[in-house]
Design a protein around this ligand. Structure first.
Ligand code: HEM
Length: 470
């Protein structure tokens, strides 16, 4: 039967013609994709473009050079809106112009959606939370959650920022006291320690969980969650699709542990909601509480329980590494600019005179220089005068500036929901740390940008830490 079919097919098809046809199609397709389209037919061809390479485009310099450097170089050379080439004739547009940013992120955001593969990668283990959903589902979640993230609801968390930073202060003081150097400093893995601090803070603020990772770094839960947040053990398919296919056994175990911790807290919280008489005065002031009580102002509906869990995980993913990396860059800049560090310390001390003065949101607002230092650390845009110089006072008189020249949290429907939280956390942590410590560079160490989920210093930041001058 099969033989018969094969003979019939052989008689009907001229294989050599088919092969020639296929080859011709391939040549035409490749010529169009690699040369004709990018050079003559692309709607982007009128944009300033760098040197054209049909195979690797600009990818080689992007991989080879320090992160962000090729982007800045191109923006300077080709202007605020330019085209560059991806692999195999693919094209990308680089935008560094405030009005164009507004157009893309806000006015016409529906035309510029994040590619689905990025959404999946962002939300590897919280696919139903804000980072993992899109379209109407995302809009519905934001409508319910936006009001929860207002300043009034976050104010009480500044106390937590201060308390956990004081744990780090104690930890570093112990190291200083244990040091044998006569110069009064100790070289510390600052970035690693800040990572533990922001884990402790986000654990407590997100769902009142105490990781206690500064005091107990080797604790199983801390280790598991830290590895999970770094994506360790997740396979490429897990990172791309969000599914657990091919993920290591350890990864699956860590996820189960993490889910259980969050589920237990939610179950206890629900029990209390149903039995309000058992709630004492200490209702947890955390994001979980805000998420569980948030309601759509039109329909009165809240978020389903599974989504609540995913939101808590999302806050952990979105709020831990971002702030610890931001704080690492900030301390690195302070160590490079002793004048900025001195001024910051004296302005902090003028408002928070004693080491034990309770830090509050209102007091943080009374130290404008602190906010300028934080913002200058997060600024990357070239759309500023003398853009490569670290100059916090450029943020004085900020209100007259076009908001689209400063976009660390982007803007529009996907703007960072935790931006106020993050700015308050970075200010509180910095204020407490500069009150106690002086930060100086370790001689001879040069840092480069490296792109992971965030832009990080490479190597990991290590600084000389000593007692702050009186
Ligand atoms: C310096 C610290 C931070 C920076 C620079 C930052 C930056 C960003 C950026 C750029 C986005 C948009 C990502 C995208 O859609 O492409 C984002 C989203 C988000 N961030 Fe932050 N973030 C920070 C801290 C935080 C903190 C502390 C939290 C939580 C408490 C948080 C929660 C979120 C959430 C939930 C989203 C998703 C919003 C959505 O898609 O609707 N972030 N963040």
């Amino acid at each position: 039967m099969l033989q018969h079919l094969y003979r019939q097919l052989n008689a009907a098809v001229d294989w050599s013609t088919l092969l020639v046809g296929l080859c011709t199609w391939l040549v035409v397709f490749l010529t169009y994709k690699l040369f004709l389209r990018p050079l003559y037919f692309s709607p982007l061809r009128a944009m300033p473009s760098p040197k054209f390479n049909p195979i690797v485009g600009q990818m080689w310099e992007i991989i080879r050079d320090e992160a962000v450097v090729p982007t800045l170089r191109r923006a300077r050379k080709l202007g605020p809106v330019s085209r560059y080439f991806f692999l195999f004739g693919g094209e990308r547009v680089l935008v560094a112009e405030p009005d164009a940013m507004k157009h893309i992120l806000v006015t016409n955001h529906a035309n510029y959606v994040r590619p689905p593969f990025m959404t999946r990668a962002f939300a590897t283990f919280a696919e139903k939370g804000l980072l993992g959903v899109s379209g109407s589902e995302h809009a519905m979640q934001r409508k319910i959650l936006n009001p929860a993230f207002k300043r009034e609801n976050l104010k009480g968390m500044v106390k937590t920022f201060q308390e956990w930073t004081e744990v780090l202060v104690q930890y570093w003081n112990d190291k200083l006291e244990g040091t044998t150097t006569t110069d009064g400093f100790v070289e510390l893995p600052v970035q690693e320690d800040l990572g533990r601090l922001t884990l402790d803070i986000i654990g407590k603020c997100a769902f009142s969980y105490e990781f206690n990772s500064i005091r107990e770094p080797d604790n199983l839960v801390t280790q598991s969650v830290t590895k999970l947040l770094r994506g360790q053990g997740a396979s490429l398919t897990t990172l791309i699709s969000g599914s657990r296919i091919l993920a290591s056994k350890e990864y699956i175990k860590r996820r189960a542990l993490c889910d259980k911790i969050v589920d237990d807290v939610i179950a206890e919280r629900k029990r209390l909601q149903e039995n309000p008489e058992q709630i004492d005065d200490n209702v947890p002031n955390d994001l979980l509480n805000l998420v569980m009580s948030a309601r759509d102002r039109d329909t009165g509906e809240g978020l389903p329980e599974e989504v609540v869990r995913h939101e808590v995980m999302t806050f952990m993913v979105a709020g831990q590494e971002t702030t610890s990396t931001g704080l690492s860059w900030l301390l690195l800049e302070l160590s490079r600019h002793p004048d900025v560090q001195d001024r910051l310390r004296s302005e902090v001390r003028a408002v928070l005179p004693g080491d034990d003065t309770p830090v509050t949101w209102e007091l943080l607002d009374q130290i404008p220089y602190l906010m300028w230092v934080v913002k200058e650390t997060l600024r990357l845009s070239q759309y500023w005068e003398d853009p490569d110089t670290f100059k916090p006072e450029r943020f004085a008189g900020d209100s007259n500036r076009n908001p689209y020249t400063f976009l660390p949290f982007i803007a529009g429907p996907r703007t960072c929901i935790g931006s106020k939280f993050a700015l308050a956390e970075m200010r509180a942590v910095t204020a407490v740390l500069v009150q106690h410590f002086q930060f100086d560079p370790v001689p001879g160490v040069k840092y480069k940008n490296t792109q992971r989920v965030t832009l990080r210093p490479d190597p990991m930041l290590c600084l000389r830490v000593s007692k702050a001058p009186a």
